[in-house]
Design a protein around this ligand. Sequence first.
Ligand code: NDP
Length: 485
Amino acid sequence: GTAQIGVTGLAVMGANLARNLARNGYTVALHNRSVGKTDELLAKHGDDGDFVRTESLQELVDSLESPRRILIMVKAGAPVDSVIESLIPLLDRDDIIIDGGNSYFKDTIRREKECAEHGLHFVGVGVSGGEEGALNGPSIMPGGSEQSYESVGPMLEKIAAKADDGTPCCAWIDTDGAGHFVKMVHNGIEYADMQVIGEAYDLLRSVAGIEPAEQAEVFRRWNETDLSSYLIEITAEVLSQVDEKTGKPLVDVIVDQAGQKGTGRWTVQSALDLGSPVSGIAESVFARALSSSEPEAREQAQEKLTSGLIASTGVAHADPEFVEDVRRALYASKLVSYAQGLDMLGSAGKEFGWDLKLDTIASLWRAGCIIRAELLGEIMDAYQGDDAPVNMLLAPGFLEVVEELVPSWRRVVVKATALGIPVPVFASSLSYYDALRRKRLPAALIQGQRDFFGAHTYHRVDEEGTFHTLWSEDRSEVRTDGEIA
Ligand code: NDP
């Protein structure tokens, strides 16, 4: 065979990645379970580059130069296993299977082991950027062995988005599931990013009376500030859209129940396992869940749970001071989400034995992906060099910025609370900030309680060792052996 790479699974993502590869000069063999998608792609975009049409996996394998590279872009989950199973007997030693779907990182770890048993390389690759990114340059987060990256890396770097400084938004992350893990956390941050924008929108509308069309202008202005990002940009687009049927703002005719496909939930589940406090990301996943579950409960609550609200907002229409406060609160909350996501990557690196380079990861998110933002360049700078901050908020570049944002942030959370406007991520992020900077946390009391009911022991602030109070005896303190239970 002569094709340099094969793609199986030609729905939107696979088709667009195949076209992107072909446009970059690679000969791409095409395969899809049902041949209709293959023919449709060839009919519409066959002149994008050199394609080889195949009808079966055997034909796909035969069409490829050796060692083979096959990119799987089928539906995540069981279909990926089924395609791998079908491919294994057809492939030769050192061939490379690449999974570019949104696979769960633990599946990727398992699949790599299985493929290795057959002498095959398996590369789990996180791809972000949606349809448009896949075609014109996504952000790409590859895992797998370093050796296989030598073979697939140059191709992936070629089709990846390029940051403003020209570097490709693709770099080897680390072994096995590291690429998919980083993509998962990217999506978790994306959930939080979207939720904080939603909270800002709600506040601007409910408190300052700014209707969607006018808000689109606010978001366009914000996109010229340090908030500049893809998600702020598209927010302005969505808010300015008028519904053809009713003449109302489109956002007012869309049902307010947010969907999710699972990567945000995985992020939070993994964070719970790691003991990583991604409270903003978790709140954003829960906010979607609350919006879409129990419509009955929301309906009843609107009538019955109405006490204790302050009647007047005390804010004039589009009051510029309030609008600026909201902008600052949004930026501060966003910083916290990134700080939490990066902190989680640090914990995962320790747990799974990955050397995750946070400056590189931030650099990959600068273009092509959904969370691309000016901020990512600054995060990249913050983690470059030898003395990386223990928390992003403590990086010299961010310390002063956050200090400046805090007064606005507090005013906005207070106002929202008084008026009964839900701001789960604004508020929880502020609590995270306050907990982080707190000299003494009430966790000391929790340790006391744990020791009381379960003899879980505690450390003292003034003495080495592990201690227990004899609560049910004379309440004297004893020193115990070993670690805190
Ligand atoms: P889908 O997830 O909708 O999957 C459809 C494709 O999977 C079709 O080609 C289908 O073949 C194939 N397929 C399904 N089941 C099987 C099976 N058992 N055996 C073989 N082929 C099967 O496609 P997308 O392009 O939306 O997404 C592909 C991957 O990329 C997913 O993992 C997704 O999560 C991920 N992704 C998607 C993004 C997006 O914006 N859509 C963004 C980033 C990642 P057939 O035509 O024969 O039915």
